[in-house]
Design a protein around this ligand. Structure first.
Ligand SMILES: *Cc1c(COP(=O)(O)O)cnc(C)c1O
Length: 363
């Protein structure tokens, strides 16, 4: 890898493509003859207007976002949207949630503050080792929306299908850790949102993609203006200062995705990386994969030895071997390899070689 970089398996913030970082470096002091860095630029300037418009256009191309959807660039992380979602989408005050992990549960806990929230599914009993099948979803036909976390970053599970909802119930999805990893039929969703720092760019930008007809139910007289999606849509995400540098980097990441061949190619690469790891895990007995087979994530692969001391030794020795952040989240233990778009295949090969060696030495 370039300049002694290590393979960073962090769940987020995570690896960015090297060509993107090189562009940032080369444009750092003087962006395209403007005489300044993008960081120093007025968000109202003509140059910056070009950056944010092209970033939105690129995202629309990459995800084939239909014209009747707004794209917003916000701040506050995915976690702020946990509250913004019920605030913007509740009409009757009823919403349904599928609880498949820590982030889905945090979203649920925020929503409970705003209305009558029904749990349409929970995998809590199995420590979130799977996502539901369509048949297991118990969605109320009069819910204002149905909420899922599309990829459960901590547990390593991912929906392999777009859940269907009763007629007129919009589907809302947190795609923070799998957006841009595969094509998505946006028209099946009312809202898709994602914090950038997993698969899109640096921390600080949150993308919200929302169908236009869902805007306009926000009680501006009692809630903060900053969380009103319609205000942000009407002002092209510039009601106040947007996260300017993060939006610029997102634009570079999108350019890289397009040069690589788009989200279809991202999906092929993700399938290759994750199946290499899962095939290895399934071929031996030293490590156990955590997630149920049908729910396995292509982005976050969770596994453990079954022995906490060995897991800790794995984390330590893998770091010494040039791989960072393979320790699992504290609520699951074990190990987690986050293998987002920017992770090269060689990084996964290197990890598997290390796993084999570690197993041979410690079996
Ligand atoms: C990381 C993550 C979050 C939290 O994102 P913040 O930007 O830190 O608020 C929410 N949902 C998912 C799926 C995540 O992976």
């Amino acid at each position: 890898m370039a300049d002694n970089r290590i393979y960073n398996f962090s769940a987020g913030p995570s690896m960015l493509p090297v060509p993107v970082l090189e562009r940032c470096a080369s444009e750092m002091l003087n962006y395209k003859g403007s005489g300044m860095s993008v960081m120093e630029m007025s968000h109202r300037s003509k140059v910056y207007d070009g950056i944010i418009k092209e970033t939105e256009a690129a995202l629309r191309r990459v995800l084939s976002i239909p014209d009747n959807y707004k794209v917003l660039f916000l701040q506050g992380g995915a976690t702020t949207q946990f509250a913004a979602i019920p605030m913007n989408l509740m009409k009757t005050g009823k919403a349904d949630y599928a609880i498949t992990g820590n982030f889905a549960n945090n979203a649920y806990k925020e929503a409970v503050k705003f209305g009558d929230i029904h749990v349409a599914f929970s995998s809590k009993e199995g420590n979130f080792d799977r996502v539901p099948t369509q048949g297991e979803l118990d969605i109320r036909p009069d819910a204002d929306y149905f909420y899922i976390c599309a990829n459960n970053t901590i547990y390593g599970t991912e929906y392999q299908y777009d859940p269907e909802t009763p007629a007129g119930v919009p589907l809302v999805a947190d795609m923070s850790s799998n957006i841009l990893s595969k094509p998505v039929d946006v028209s099946k969703y009312g809202v898709i949102y994602a914090g950038a720092q997993k698969n899109m760019g640096p921390a600080g930008v949150t993308v919200v993609i929302v169908r236009e007809d869902l805007l306009g139910n926000y009680p501006l007289e009692k809630y903060p203006v900053m969380l009103d999606w319609k205000t942000m849509a009407d002002k092209d995400s510039m009601y106040n200062t947007p996260p300017t540098y993060g939006i610029y980097v997102l634009g570079l990441v999108l350019e890289w995705v397009e040069q690589m061949g788009g989200v279809k190619v991202m999906q092929e690469r993700a399938a290759k990386r994750s199946s290499m790891l899962y095939d290895y895990l399934d071929s031996q007995n030293f490590y156990k994969a955590v997630a149920e087979k049908a729910s396995r994530s292509h982005m976050n692969v969770t596994f453990r030895t079954g022995n906490d001391e060995l897991d800790a030794k794995f984390a330590k020795e893998s770091a010494a071997a040039g791989m960072s952040n393979l320790k699992g989240h504290r609520s699951v233990g074990g190990m987690r390899a986050s293998i987002y778009n920017a992770m090269p295949i060689e990084g996964v090969e290197y990890l598997i070689d290390f796993m084999k060696k570690f197993a041979a030495e410690n079996a």
